[in-house]
Design a protein around this ligand. Structure first.
Ligand SMILES: C[C@@](CO)(OP(=O)(O)O)[C@H](O)COP(=O)(O)OP(=O)(O)OC[C@H]1O[C@@H](n2ccc(N)nc2=O)[C@H](O)[C@@H]1O
Ligand SMILES: Nc1ncnc2c1ncn2[C@@H]1O[C@H](COP(=O)(O)OP(=O)(O)O)[C@@H](O)[C@H]1O
Length: 284
């Protein structure tokens, strides 16, 4: 295996193709059933191994102190768990909207754990990395696991699935939605029964959608605008909404007619996380 000292890796977006809330746990978190797929579009992170025992972020996110950046938190959590004397310099390009429901922060954290596990020669298993990751965010384990999956629990109990890979137009209606606020809203429905093995035969829905549409009318407008292309849905707790297309050309054509006040991107869904595919190529 190559002894790398630098590594550049994608932190891909995810979509929740359906998201059901089955109940509330005693710790305030929610029991979920959700279908995760990855997109071949995301942030890009650059890692350099150092021998000075320090984690340094070379890029900043406006309004977010380094100590609260999930990239910094993930690197520190891994350092603490393993006592390595290596350090890292990390720079990145953010492409994913913050608070967009596409998991940007969680994916950044997972890519950091995967990359530093390799650069610091720690050889932790994916399960060990996921155990560190879940303390940073409920979405981190699926990105560590790296396979499209149905998730239960708070999102950390994963059952791999094979989905037909397709094209998506993802639209961000320029509103930032706090996951915590939606989960704490008294009007959130919390009693959807588990689909279990029926998930392929029912229409996919998102239990947060009605509430988010009420609280953020721009999300409702986006979902309605997308309807002309097919059934539109929201991912996670919003704000991004998506619709699938058979071809890249059709998705691109829809993107070009997007209202100016929104942003969007076209991406292909993948069963294997692009971070894992890239890492495998770079390590061989
Ligand atoms: C809803 C989902 C669906 O994929 O995605 P996003 O919309 O955030 O992308 C995730 O479960 C979000 O995962 P993540 O964004 O990592 O959440 P965390 O930081 O762990 O939690 C933020 C807050 O959401 C609430 N929370 C989160 C997960 C969960 N199963 N139950 C909850 O009640 C808690 O109030 C928590 O304080
Ligand atoms: N590297 C990061 N990228 C994006 N957001 C981050 C990062 N580190 C911490 N955060 C915080 O996490 C929050 C949720 O971000 P994100 O994961 O992008 O949204 P969502 O969970 O809706 O997909 C942001 O509002 C921000 O305060």
């Amino acid at each position: 295996m190559a002894d790398l000292t630098t590594l550049s890796l994608i932190a891909p977006a995810k979509l929740n193709l359906f998201l059901h809330i089955n109940g509330r746990l005693t710790n305030g978190y929610h029991e979920l059933e959700t279908l995760f797929v990855f997109l071949d579009y995301g942030d890009r992170l650059h890692f350099k191994r150092t021998s000075d025992n320090a984690i340094t972020l070379k890029t900043q996110i406006d309004g977010l102190p380094d100590q609260e950046n999930l990239i910094f938190k993930a690197a520190n959590a891994l350092k603490l768990a393993t006592n390595t004397s290596f350090g890292a310099e990390i720079s990145f390009e953010k492409h994913l909207p913050s608070g967009g429901g596409v998991g940007g922060g969680s994916s950044d954290a997972a890519t950091t754990l995967l990359a530093l596990n390799a650069l610091w020669q720690l050889d932790l298993s994916l399960q060990e990395l996921a155990d560190i990751g879940v303390q940073l965010g409920a979405d981190v384990p699926v990105f560590i696991n790296g396979h499209a999956a149905i998730a239960h629990g708070i999102g950390e109990q994963l059952e791999a699935v094979e989905l037909a890979e397709t094209w998506y137009l993802v639209v961000h209606p320029n509103v930032h939605i706090s996951t915590g606020l939606i989960f704490n809203d008294p009007d959130l429905p919390r009693n959807t029964p588990k689909l279990s093995s029926h998930w392929q035969s029912v229409q996919h829905t998102n239990d947060c959608e009605e509430l988010v549409k009420k609280r953020y009318p721009e999300v409702e407008k986006t979902l309605n605008w997308l309807l002309k292309y097919g059934p539109s849905r929201m991912t996670g707790t919003g704000a991004c909404c998506f619709v699938s297309f058979e071809t890249q050309q059709a998705a691109q054509a829809a993107l070009t007619s997007l209202p100016d006040s929104w942003q969007g991107f076209v991406a292909r869904s993948t069963n294997i996380s692009p971070a894992h595919s890239e890492l495998r190529t770079k390590l061989n």
